[in-house]
Design a protein around this ligand. Structure first.
Ligand SMILES: Cc1ncc(COP(=O)(O)O)c(C=O)c1O
Length: 392
C-alpha cells in the first residue's frame, strides 16, 4: 500500500461544505466527498502549475482529451473519440444544459426515484416537469418496474430520461440486461438518454459496470454520458467534468446550451488534475477501492450485529450507504434530526432523494476507519436513546 487512508485529516476551516457548515462537535457523514487526501501526482501537478503564478483564461490542451480517452480504454475497455468529448464545469451543469438543449417549457423528463436530488432541480429550474419511474424496493434490494417505465416513457411530452448508473443513493450498478431494456424503450419512444455515470469507477469487486452507450451503436447514438474525475479522485472542488456524446447533432446542441450559460471555460487546476488523475493515479484508486469495500463490509457487519432495527442495502458501488430505518417508525427527516441532536452525527435523510424514501437514511463512508467507527458509535447511541424514549 502506497497510500495511507487511515490518516485523519482535519478539514475544518478549509471552506469545506461538508465540515465547515456542520456545528462544532458534530461528525459530518452526509455530502458526497471523501475525507482522503488526493493522489500524489494530482497534488504535485497542481503545485507545479500554481508555482507559475499566472492564472489567466485557459484553453483545454490535447493531453486533456488524451487522458479522458486513455482512462475509458484502460479502466473500462471502451474506445471513445476526441470529437465525442465536451468538457464542462460539472455534471449538474451538464444535466441542466442537456435539459435546456432538448426540452421546451412544459416538456417532461423521466427519472427513477429515489435518486440524486439535483436531478430534480435541473429539470424544474428549466420549467420542465419531472416524472418518476419509482424504483421498487423488495427484500433489501432495488429493481426496475419496466411496465411502469414503458407507461411513463411513452408519454409524448417525455423528451429525456436521466439515468443514474451506478445509482446514488441506492447503490445499484445496473446490469447489461436492465440497461438494454431501458435503452430499447427509450429508442422505441424517441426519448434521449442522459446517463450520469459519475460513480462509474467506484464499483465494488462483486459487481460489473456497463456504460449505457457501450451496449450497441443505436444506444451510442441515443446516449449522452456524463462523467468526471470528481467522485473517483475526490476533486469536486475543481469543477471539471466531461460529457461524452457520439451523436454530433446532440453534441452541437449541448455545446450551444453550455455556451449560452457561459459555463464552458475550464478551471486551470482542474485540467492539470484530470490529466494526472487519469494518466498517473490508477494505483491510488485501486487502493481506495479496497479501503472503501472494507469500510462497507465493516458497516454492514456492525449494524447487523449492534443495530438490527436498521437494514443496510448492500451497495454494489459508491461510498454512500443506503439504510432502511422503517422498523423505527420515524420519518427520516425527523430521524436524522434526532441523530444529529442526540448522537452528534450528521447524515442525509432519505426524503432528500424522493418521496418514496421516507424511511431511509444515507451515510457517507469515505473516511478513515477510526472516523467510521466513531460515526457508527454515534449512530448506535442515537438509535438506542430513540428506542428507549419510544418505550417510555
Ligand atoms: C449522481 C451524481 N451526479 C452528479 C453529482 C455532482 O456532480 P458535479 O459536482 O460534477 O456537479 C453527484 C454528487 O454527489 C452525484 O452523486
Amino acid at each position: 500500500m502506497n497510500y495511507n487512508f487511515n490518516k485523519i485529516i482535519n478539514r475544518l476551516h478549509t471552506n469545506s461544505s461538508k465540515w465547515d457548515t456542520t456545528e462544532n462537535g458534530v461528525l459530518p457523514m452526509w455530502v458526497a466527498d471523501m475525507d482522503f487526501k488526493a493522489a500524489t501526482p494530482i497534488i504535485d501537478s497542481i503545485l507545479f502549475r500554481a508555482l507559475h503564478g499566472v492564472f489567466g483564461y485557459t484553453m483545454i490542451p490535447k493531453e486533456y482529451y488524451d487522458a479522458e480517452i486513455y482512462w475509458w480504454k484502460k479502466r473500462h475497455n471502451i474506445k471513445i473519440k476526441k470529437e465525442w468529448i465536451e468538457p464542462t464545469v460539472g455534471v449538474i451543469p451538464s444535466l441542466s444544459a442537456s435539459v435546456q438543449a432538448f426540452c421546451n417549457k412544459g416538456d417532461k423528463v423521466l427519472i427513477q426515484s429515489p435518486v440524486y436530488n439535483y436531478f430534480n432541480s435541473s429539470i424544474t429550474n428549466n420549467k420542465c416537469e419531472l416524472i418518476s419511474n419509482n424504483l421498487i424496493y423488495e427484500k433489501e434490494k432495488y429493481h426496475i418496474d419496466f411496465v411502469d417505465f414503458e407507461e411513463k416513457v411513452k408519454d409524448e411530452k417525455v423528451k429525456l430520461f436521466i439515468l443514474c448508473n451506478p445509482h446514488n443513493p441506492v447503490g445499484r450498478v445496473w446490469s447489461k440486461e436492465e440497461l438494454t431494456e431501458m435503452g430499447e424503450l427509450c429508442l422505441k419512444y424517441n426519448v434521449i438518454v442522459i446517463s450520469d455515470e459519475i460513480h462509474r469507477d467506484l464499483v465494488f469487486s462483486d459487481s460489473k459496470y456497463t456504460p449505457m452507450a457501450s451496449i450497441n451503436d443505436r444506444f451510442l447514438q441515443n446516449t449522452i454520458t456524463c462523467t468526471s474525475p470528481s467522485k473517483t479522485f475526490n476533486l469536486a472542488g475543481l469543477k471539471t467534468s466531461n460529457i461524452i456524446v457520439a451523436n454530433q447533432e446532440y453534441k452541437g446542441k449541448i455545446n450551444r446550451s453550455l455556451n449560452i450559460n457561459e459555463s464552458i471555460e475550464p478551471n486551470v487546476f482542474g485540467i492539470e488534475a484530470l490529466i494526472s488523475a487519469y494518466m498517473r493515479s490508477e494505483d491510488w484508486l485501486d487502493e481506495l477501492l479496497i479501503y472503501l469495500e472494507n469500510n462497507r463490509d465493516y458497516l454492514m457487519e456492525y449494524i447487523g450485529q449492534n443495530i438490527p432495527e436498521l437494514k443496510v442495502i448492500k451497495s454494489e458501488a459508491t461510498y454512500l450507504m443506503w439504510i432502511d430505518c422503517s422498523a423505527l417508525k420515524i420519518e427520516s427527516e425527523a430521524l436524522v434530526e434526532q441523530i444529529r441532536q442526540i448522537g452528534k452525527l450528521r447524515i442525509a435523510s432519505g426524503t432528500t432523494y424522493g418521496e418514496n424514501a421516507k424511511e431511509f437514511i444515507r451515510i457517507n463512508i469515505a473516511c478513515p476507519m477510526d472516523t467510521l467507527k466513531d460515526g457508527l458509535n454515534r449512530l448506535y447511541n442515537s438509535i438506542d436513546t430513540i428506542k428507549c424514549k419510544k418505550e417510555l
